[in-house]
Design a protein around this ligand. Structure first.
Ligand code: ATP
Length: 306
């Protein structure tokens, strides 16, 4: 998201213009996105999502041919399952989500959704099938109503309200002087990281995609906000195939499979319990995170944190 955000700062004008023309946030990624060379193949068909099965088969990728980033990534997220990607910064977690959106093409292997190679389908249909809750949501300089309804243009006020309720941001909105009409974004009210993420969750609830990518915030949220966001994320991912890029291990405990990535390779995989039992990389990350969390809670309790 950072890559998207930075150009936006420089491209205020362009951004406002295209804002009118685009129908969803992933299309914005595509327009400002990193690789305009990716086109639909001649005769590409629309993706037909029947169940929401996502498969990576021996996927290889390099942004630049000198430096491989993903090496032989294989996994399957079955319909409704949650797969968590964990691992150190730079391991390739976000790259996996970029390939799923087809912002880049794998240099080897393939990615299938319900048996269809994503190279063979139209990009519009691919991006319509996948929802993204990014780390840092870009808000439009418009009302909070507009910002949530963006998930599905034409959604009724009641649907927007239900989405906001499920994302646990409705009470916050009602507390604003102008409620849903409050202006947000650069030229309006500045929302906190946790509030922005809940707007993104509400948007995604309206979009109701069969496949979801959650990119967790890296920044430390206070324990209360984190729990609220966690429960909103659980609601949005229920019944959808979900890939979580997890920075905080507390959110991956219930994942159907955790993939531990290091330097573009899956070095461990399994459920939380199995990986703890194994006593390897994941178990070490887990105990380190527990210690960091305990220290953070002590600071919060002592009043050094909000
Ligand atoms: P983090 O937890 O910090 O978000 P990550 O595991 O998601 O990290 P990626 O963003 O997938 O890591 O990046 C993997 C590697 O690819 C990094 O070494 C990064 O420098 C490199 N990389 C990412 N984007 C690009 C790009 N557009 N061009 C060239 N290299 C890139």
């Amino acid at each position: 998201m950072l890559q998207l955000y930075q150009p936006l700062n420089f491209m205020g004008m362009v951004y406002r213009d295209i804002k009118q023309a685009i129908v969803d946030i992933e299309a914005m990624f595509a327009i400002l996105g990193q690789n305009p060379e990716i086109d639909d193949l001649p005769g590409a068909q629309a993706l037909r999502v029947t169940a929401g099965d996502v498969r990576f088969e021996d996927v290889e990728f390099a942004y630049d041919s000198e430096r491989p980033i993903l090496r032989g990534i294989s996994f399957e997220a079955r319909p409704g399952q949650t797969i968590a990607l964990v691992g150190p910064s730079g391991a390739g977690k976000s790259t996996i989500s970029r390939l799923l959106f087809r912002f880049y093409e794998p240099t080897g292997g393939r990615i299938l959704i319900d048996g269809q190679d994503i190279r063979q389908v139209t990009q519009t249909s691919l991006r319509a099938a996948i929802g993204m809750v990014p780390q840092d949501t870009v808000l439009f300089n418009d009302s909070i109503l507009y910002n949530i309804r963006y998930g599905r243009e034409g959604a009724s006020d009641a649907d927007v309200d239900t989405a906001a309720e499920n994302a646990q941001i409705d009470a916050f909105i009602r507390s604003l002087p102008h409620g849903y009409d409050a202006a947000v974004g650069e030229r309006g009210l500045k929302l906190s990281g946790g509030e922005k993420q809940r707007v993104a969750i509400a948007r995604t609830m309206l979009k109701a995609p069969p496949i979801l990518v959650l990119d967790e915030a890296t920044s430390a949220l206070d324990t209360f906000t984190e729990r609220e966001i966690q429960s909103a994320l659980e609601r949005v991912s229920r019944g959808r195939t979900t890939i979580v890029i997890a920075h905080r291990l507390s959110t991956v405990v219930d994942a159907d499979e955790i993939l531990v990535l290091d330097k573009g390779v899956i070095v461990e995989r399994g459920t939380h319990d199995a990986l703890i039992e194994r006593g390897g990389v994941y178990a070490a990350l887990w105990s380190r995170q527990r210690e960091a969390d305990a220290a953070e809670e002590t600071l919060q309790r002592a009043g050094y944190r909000d």
